[in-house]
Ligand binder design. Structure first.
Ligand code: ADP
Length: 734
C-alpha cells in the first residue's frame, strides 16, 4: 500500500467517530430531487467542513466540482490538506491526479482532476467575474456563515439568485447549496432563501416581496439568539443529546430530510432542508476575574502559569487575544518565563495562531505536544470556530477582539479593539470542552460579561462597503439596493462607498462601472489599492514593481516586531535606522523589502538583526510573487523586466511617482498640518495623530497620507507618508 493509502486508512476511524458521520445518509438524501438548499448546523469540530464535501462527491447529480467556502485563507488551505489526506489523494497542483485543491488570495493550487475545492469567499466572488452562473460547480458549500463577513453575505445573495431567479442560466444543471453554521439560529437564513423561492413561484409579486425582504432583515436581531444559555430555549432544539434528527428552527423551518414537507404555521418549502448535528460538548467551568484588568496580556501570562503549575498533563491551553501584535508579545513573554521553570515542572511549547501565519507554522498546532510538554496556543479569534485545535482543556479568554469598523465621520474603516459578544465568549469557552471536561478563565468580570452584546454585528453593518459595491457592480448588479442581503447596510455607508468608488474613477457619472472599475475589480485588493496598482503601471508613474512591494507590506498586519520593553525599543530603533526613510513608512516598507530580498545567505538572521518579523516577511515575499504574476497575466506590465533583478534605492523622481500613485488611491486618507501643530483630515476636518510606530512620529510636514486608521484612546494614522499639499489638491480636484 502506498503512503497516501496508508494515511487514508489510518484516518478512517477518526472520521467515523465524528458526530457528522451518522448523518451522512441524511445529508445525501436531503439534497436529492428538487431539494436544492440545505441548512446544516453543527458545533465546531463535528466534522462539517471536512466530511460534507466527501459525502456529496458520489451523488448522481454531482458531476462537476464542489466548492466549499471559508472566511479565511488559512482554514481553506489547512482543510484542503486534511481532506486530501483523508481521501488518499495528493494535494492541489502537486499532481494532475489530485482530487482536492484550494484557491485563496495570492495562492491557487488545483489540478485538472480537482473535484473538491476549498476557497475563500472572496475567491468564489472573483470566479464569478468569469463564470457568473458557477457552471463548473455542482454544489457550493458555504461554511462558517455565522461569521457573517461581507463576502459571505454577498455569496449568499448571489447563490440565492442562482437557485431561484437565475436558475435557468444553469441550463438544466441545478446548483445544490449547503449553508453551514456552528450556531443554532438558522431561522433568518431559512426565511432568506424561502423568500427567494417564493418570489419565483409568484413572479408578479416580485417588487412587493423585495420590499418585504428588505424590511424583514433590516434589524440586527434577525440574526441573533446565539448565546448558548439561551439558544436551546429560543429554538427549542436539543443541544448535544444523543442522535439528533433534522429539526425545525423558527416558525418557517419545517422541512427536514427525515420528515419532508411537514409544515408549521402554514409555511413550508419544497426546496430547503435543514439538518442539525449534535455537538460533543463536555462541561466547562467558567472563572471570572473579581476586578477588571487594565492589561490583558499581563493577566493572560499569569493565568497561563497558574494553570500550568496547578493542572496535571495532558491538557493544552488555548489563549484568545486580539491580533498578531498582542499574540507575538505574549508569545515572547511566555517563552521568557518558561525558560526559568523548575526542571521538575513540565515544559511549555508556545504556538502562535493568527490569519497571516505561514503554512508550516500553522500545521504545528495539529500535532500533539511532545512528552512532558504542555502546548500553549496563543490565537486570535481565528480559533473561535474556524480552526479546531485538538488537545485543549483550558481556555484563557481576553474578552477582546480586533475588528474593522467603519467610522462614518472619517469615511473609512479603522481597526478597533473591542469587547467580544456573549456568543463569541461562549464559543471560546466551548473550545475547552471538546475532548474532556475543561476550564475557561475569562479575563473580565462576570458583570462585564453580562454587558457584552448578545451577538457580533454582521460586518456589512459596520464596514466600508466600497469593495462589496464594486464586487456587485462588476458582476452586473446595477440595482444594488434590490440585491438580496440578510441585513441591509446603513444608507450612509452605502453612499460613502459609492462616493469613494466615484472618486477612484471606478464608477461613471451614471453610477455604472467604468472601464477603470472593471480593471480594478480583477485584482484581489480593496479598490483603493487596486487603483494605486493601476496608477503605478501607467507610463507617467512607471513604478509598478515598487508599488507591488509596498502593497505586499500593507497586506500583512505588521512587518516590524512589536516591542515590549523601552530598552528593546531603543535597540530596535538603532538597528532599523538604515531602513528608515524620511519620506515616511511606505518608502521604509519598500527599503525593507528590497534589503530583505537582496539578502542571499540568511534572511532569518537579517530579520532578527533588524527587529523585523521574519514570519511577516515570508508572507510579504509570497504576496509579492503572486501580485507580480497577476500583473503579468493581466498585462499590467507594459514592458518585460528581469525577474531576478535586485531593485536599487529609488531615485527622487521614482519616489515622487510612488507617493503620487499612493495618493491616487488614498486621497480620502490625507491630512494637513494646522498652525497648532496638529493634523486634520482634508476631507472630514477631523484631528488625527501620527501613530507612535510611524517613522514620521513627532515630525511636522505640510501634508500626510495614511494607509490605515486606528482608534485606541485617540485617532491615529498608521502607515504614513509625507506628501505635498499641491499633489493632494490635484488628485482631489481631478
Ligand atoms: P467543523 O467544520 O464541524 O468545525 P472539521 O471538519 O473542521 O469540523 O473538523 C473535524 C475534525 O478534523 C476535527 O477533529 C479537527 O481537529 C480535524 N481536523 C480538521 N482539519 C485538520 C487539519 N488540517 N489537520 C489535522 N486535523 C484536522
Amino acid at each position: 500500500m502506498g503512503q497516501l493509502s496508508k494515511r487514508r486508512e489510518a484516518l478512517l476511524p477518526l472520521r467515523q467517530a465524528l458526530p457528522i458521520w451518522f448523518h451522512a445518509d441524511e445529508i445525501r438524501k436531503g439534497l436529492r430531487g428538487n431539494k436544492d438548499v440545505m441548512l446544516l448546523v453543527g458545533e465546531t469540530g463535528s466534522g462539517k467542513s471536512t466530511q460534507v464535501p466527501q459525502f456529496l462527491l458520489h451523488e448522481a447529480w454531482c458531476k462537476g466540482q464542489i466548492a466549499i467556502t471559508q472566511p479565511r485563507r488559512m482554514a481553506a488551505i489547512s482543510l484542503a490538506r486534511r481532506v486530501a489526506e483523508e481521501m488518499g489523494t495528493p494535494l492541489g497542483s502537486w499532481s494532475p491526479a489530485s482530487k482536492v485543491g484550494y484557491s485563496v488570495r495570492f495562492d491557487t493550487s488545483i489540478s485538472s482532476s480537482t473535484r473538491i475545492k476549498f476557497l475563500t469567499e472572496g475567491m468564489l466572488l472573483q470566479e464569478m467575474l468569469h463564470d457568473p452562473s458557477l457552471r463548473q460547480y455542482s454544489a457550493v458549500i458555504v461554511d462558517e456563515v455565522h461569521e457573517r463577513s461581507v463576502n459571505v453575505d454577498l455569496v449568499l445573495g448571489f447563490l440565492r439568485n442562482l437557485v431561484t431567479r437565475d436558475k435557468k442560466k444553469r441550463k438544466g444543471a441545478p446548483l445544490k447549496v449547503v449553508i453551514m453554521s456552528a450556531t443554532a439560529d438558522i431561522a433568518a437564513l431559512f426565511n432568506f432563501f424561502n423568500e427567494g423561492f417564493e418570489q419565483v413561484s409568484t413572479p408578479q409579486k416580485e417588487p412587493e416581496a423585495q420590499n418585504k425582504q428588505e424590511s424583514s432583515y433590516d434589524s440586527e436581531s434577525s440574526w441573533s439568539g446565539i448565546s448558548d444559555d439561551e439558544s436551546s430555549k429560543a429554538t427549542g432544539e436539543p443541544v448535544a443529546n444523543g442522535r439528533a434528527n433534522s429539526s425545525s428552527t423558527g416558525k418557517n423551518v419545517s422541512v427536514s430530510a427525515n420528515e419532508p414537507s411537514k409544515a408549521e404555521n402554514g409555511h413550508q418549502s419544497q426546496n430547503i432542508t435543514t439538518c442539525h448535528i449534535e455537538g460533543r460538548q463536555y462541561p466547562v467551568k467558567i472563572h471570572y476575574l473579581s476586578e477588571p484588568t487594565q492589561d490583558f496580556v499581563e493577566t493572560a501570562l499569569k493565568s497561563i502559569f497558574q494553570v500550568h503549575h496547578k493542572e496535571p498533563l495532558p491538557g493544552d491551553i488555548l489563549v484568545f487575544l486580539t491580533g498578531q501584535d498582542t499574540v507575538e508579545s505574549l508569545e515572547k513573554l511566555v517563552n521568557e518565563y518558561a525558560q526559568g521553570l523548575d526542571p521538575s515542572v513540565p515544559k511549555i511549547l508556545t504556538l502562535p495562531l493568527f490569519a497571516a501565519l505561514p503554512q508550516t507554522a500553522q500545521q504545528k498546532i495539529f500535532q500533539p505536544a511532545p512528552p512532558r510538554t504542555r502546548k500553549v496556543i496563543i490565537a486570535t479569534n481565528i480559533a473561535e470556530t474556524s480552526v479546531t485545535v485538538p488537545g485543549v482543556r483550558f481556555v484563557v479568554d481576553s474578552g477582546k477582539v480586533k475588528i474593522k469598523q467603519f467610522r462614518n465621520r472619517l469615511g473609512l474603516d479603522s481597526l478597533l479593539v473591542k469587547d467580544i459578544s456573549r456568543s463569541a465568549a461562549i464559543q471560546r469557552a466551548g473550545r475547552a470542552g471538546r475532548e474532556a471536561p475543561g476550564t475557561c478563565h475569562r479575563l473580565y468580570t462576570e458583570e462585564t460579561y453580562r454587558e457584552f452584546q448578545p451577538a457580533t454585528t454582521p460586518e456589512i453593518l459596520r464596514c466600508d462597503l466600497s469593495s462589496a459595491l464594486l464586487t456587485m457592480k462588476a458582476r452586473g448588479i446595477d440595482d444594488v439596493i434590490g440585491f438580496p442581503l440578510l441585513n441591509r447596510p446603513p444608507r450612509e455607508s452605502l453612499e460613502k462607498a459609492l462616493l469613494q468608488l466615484f472618486q477612484l474613477g471606478a464608477l461613471d457619472d451614471a453610477g455604472k462601472i467604468s472601464d477603470f472599475g472593471s480593471k480594478i475589480a480583477k485584482y484581489p485588493l480593496i479598490p483603493s489599492l487596486g487603483r494605486i496598482l493601476i496608477e503605478a503601471a501607467g507610463p507617467e508613474r512607471d513604478c509598478l514593481l515598487e508599488i507591488i512591494d509596498i502593497i505586499a507590506c500593507l497586506s500583512v498586519e505588521t512587518i516590524f516586531l512589536n516591542l515590549v520593553s523601552d530598552e528593546k525599543k531603543e535597540e530596535a530603533e538603532e538597528a532599523r535606522r538604515e531602513l528608515f526613510r524620511r519620506e515616511g513608512d511606505h518608502l521604509t516598507f519598500l527599503a525593507t523589502v528590497q534589503q530583505y530580498a537582496a539578502e542571499q545567505t540568511d534572511r532569518k538572521a537579517w530579520a532578527e538583526k533588524h527587529f523585523v518579523s521574519h514570519r511577516a516577511m515570508q508572507n510579504v515575499m509570497d504576496i509579492r510573487k503572486q501580485l507580480r504574476n497577476l500583473c503579468m497575466i493581466t498585462s499590467l506590465f507594459t514592458h518585460t523586466f528581469d525577474w531576478t533583478q535586485v531593485l536599487s534605492n529609488p531615485s527622487e523622481q521614482t519616489k515622487s511617482s510612488i507617493l503620487q500613485s499612493l495618493l491616487r488611491g488614498f486621497a480620502a486618507n490625507t491630512a494637513r498640518l494646522m498652525p497648532d501643530g496638529s493634523y486634520r483630515t482634508i476631507l472630514g476636518n477631523q484631528t488625527v495623530a501620527i501613530h507612535p510606530s510611524s517613522v514620521l512620529f513627532g515630525r511636522k510636514v505640510e501634508a500626510i497620507l495614511f494607509s490605515e486608521f486606528v482608534f485606541t484612546n485617540k485617532s491615529y494614522a498608521r502607515g504614513v507618508s509625507a506628501v505635498r499639499l499641491d499633489w493632494v489638491g490635484e488628485v482631489l480636484g481631478a
